[in-house]
Design a protein around this ligand. Structure first.
Ligand code: FAQ
Length: 329
């Protein structure tokens, strides 16, 4: 389907590394090999800095944009307990963005610039949040399976090399595990409920499965950045490995609930131990991550509105001389 072509041009950045001081580079790589953490004030190759900024920034954007599909369900969540839990979850996601923006800032890119790059469409964020959550069941699938996918990726990377990112990920994973339990409970409730509830959760799974398969990124052979990110232990597990781990952990749980997945070829190969599946539509993935998914325009427009409405707060906070204000009344 994709005939060996890449999602982006194959990454040429490793050439840049040869311009670095070879002694410092060797020391840096030896530290990484020994499993030491690299801190913001330590020497690092420019490419390591650039790659980390790209990845952590995209991750931060994914968290605030990721709060939107579920956020729209807070007012419509079925019952007080679900509403409370969903509200807490959405707040957590926004908190994760704060942690991640702070981690990316330690590498020298100001937060204002990151937000600007998000709302002007220059920076990417996760494909998955460009799809609509039509029903409450869509919302529960996000809470369970998108959080599950996020944990697979982030637990691995929390053991990586860059201190601030790893520390942020450790905290994020702890919170995501609460989201996962909440999401699982919500899905089980629907899957063991009335025929209409079962139908609703099945339809949601059918809708979300293709973007979930895309979520882990393109296959390793098409991935532009995996090689360098794994060499420097930023990524601790490749896209294919994360996808396999997710399938291994969650497909049996989905099937146990009597639900099906919209891929007739999905099965575990007994010889290799690997999951076999129909190749996802990587052309669709490419369109979505480049701005042309069902909800990209809406998601960015919400963020632009929020930025312009909240500007007066930011401006006020920046005015050190306005420490004391006279109340109007
Ligand atoms: N979506 O060479 P690779 C969450 C891009 S957090 C969009 O393989 P890499 C929490 C990639 O950027 C979810 N773009 O890239 C939550 C690159 O484009 P570029 C986010 C994608 O970096 C739950 C190009 O394709 N998680 O869900 C995607 O080695 C529920 C080539 O790809 C993170 O960000 C994608 N899925 O591997 C919140 C974790 N995949 O930059 C609310 C940190 C690839 O050259 C509710 N990030 N691309 O223009 C990572 O682990 C990695 O960056 C990957 C991609 C694995 C996402």
């Amino acid at each position: 389907m994709y005939g060996g072509g890449g999602i982006v041009e194959k990454f040429e950045g490793l050439k840049e590394v040869s311009a670095e001081d070879p002694i410092k580079l060797a020391e840096f790589e030896a530290r990484i090999d020994r499993g030491e953490k690299i801190e913001p004030s330590d020497w690092m190759p420019e490419l390591y800095r650039k790659q980390l900024i790209r990845m952590i920034e995209q991750h931060a954007h994914s968290e605030i944009i990721g709060a939107l599909p579920e956020g729209t369900w807070i007012t419509r969540a079925p019952g007080f307990k679900r509403k409370m839990a969903l509200m807490a979850k959405v707040q957590d996601e926004v908190g994760h963005a704060q942690l991640l923006y702070s981690a990316a800032e330690t590498l020298g890119k100001p937060r204002e610039q990151m937000i600007e790059d998000l709302i002007t469409g220059k920076s990417k964020y996760s494909n998955i949040f460009n799809y609509p959550a039509f029903t409450w069941a869509d919302c529960t699938v996000i809470s369970w399976l998108v959080d599950a996918g996020a944990i697979v990726n982030q637990l691995a990377n929390s053991r990586g090399s860059f201190g601030p990112y790893c520390r942020a990920l450790e905290r994020i994973c702890a919170e995501e595990s609460f989201h996962l339990k909440y999401g699982h409970d919500s899905v089980v409730h629907l899957a063991t409920g009335t025929p209409i509830q079962r139908e609703m959760i099945q339809a949601a799974l059918n809708r979300w499965w293709p973007p979930i398969m895309h979520f882990f990124g393109p296959p390793d052979k098409m991935s532009a950045h995996t090689e360098v990110l794994m060499r420097w232990k930023v990524k601790m597990s490749s896209n294919d490995d994360c996808r396999q781990q997710f399938l291994d952990m969650y497909v049996p749980k989905i099937w146990e609930l009597g639900l099906s997945l919209p891929d007739p070829n999905l099965r575990k190969d007994s010889e290799s131990g690997l999951w076999l599946f129909t190749e996802p539509d990587w052309e669709e993935f490419k369109r979505v991550i480049n701005g042309d998914g069902p909800c990209n325009a809406e998601r960015l427009s919400v963020r632009r509105t929020v930025e312009s409405r909240g500007k007066w707060v930011k401006d006020a906070l920046k005015r050190a001389e306005a420490k004391y204000v006279r109340p109007y009344a």
